[in-house]
Design a protein around this ligand. Structure first.
Ligand code: CU
Length: 155
């Protein structure tokens, strides 16, 4: 099942323009990062204490960006984790390469929701704000899927 890409409604420069006037010049070498988010989902967790989240961030711009933090009203804490040799660890940021994509997928990079306000149930949606170094904040509605759900990655 293919999900529609979530159009990025971020304000790429507005947030930082006042602070860094030169930071978002339209005459910079590469075009700015142009992010869109797709395939977002949260497998229904077994408990209310912790859940994982997955999504794909595509960058059609000519400049890389970085996912620097994540927040959600549904959880007291959301962190970005990578998986190395079967063990996961928290990272400060993940790069979204220019003209490329950052995939958060089962067994690899993922979002970690802790201190959930309550257990998310299949069919519900969890609102997540992705914070990027250059593109500002992107809000994503992350549907809660069955615990055994695996996304169609055929395309
Ligand atoms: Cu983790």
């Amino acid at each position: 099942m293919k999900r529609p890409a979530v159009r990025v409604a971020a304000l790429p420069c507005a947030l930082t323009a006042a602070l860094v006037l030169a930071g978002c010049g339209s005459d910079s070498a590469g075009s700015a990062a142009e992010l869109s988010v797709s395939a977002a989902y949260m497998p229904q967790p077994v408990s209310a204490s912790m859940a994982a989240g997955f999504l794909t961030i595509t960058n059609e711009g000519g400049t890389k960006d970085e996912l620097t933090s994540v927040t959600s009203d549904a959880a007291g804490s959301v962190t970005v984790h990578e998986t190395v040799g079967g063990a996961m660890r928290e990272v400060d940021s993940l790069e979204v390469p220019a003209g490329g994509r950052l995939r958060l997928a089962s067994g690899g990079n993922h979002l970690m929701f802790e201190k959930l306000k309550r257990k998310p149930l299949q069919g519900e949606k969890v609102t997540v704000e992705l914070h990027f170094a250059d593109s500002g904040t992107v809000e994503v509605e992350m549907p809660v899927e069955a615990a055994t759900y695996t996304p169609d990655t055929g395309s």
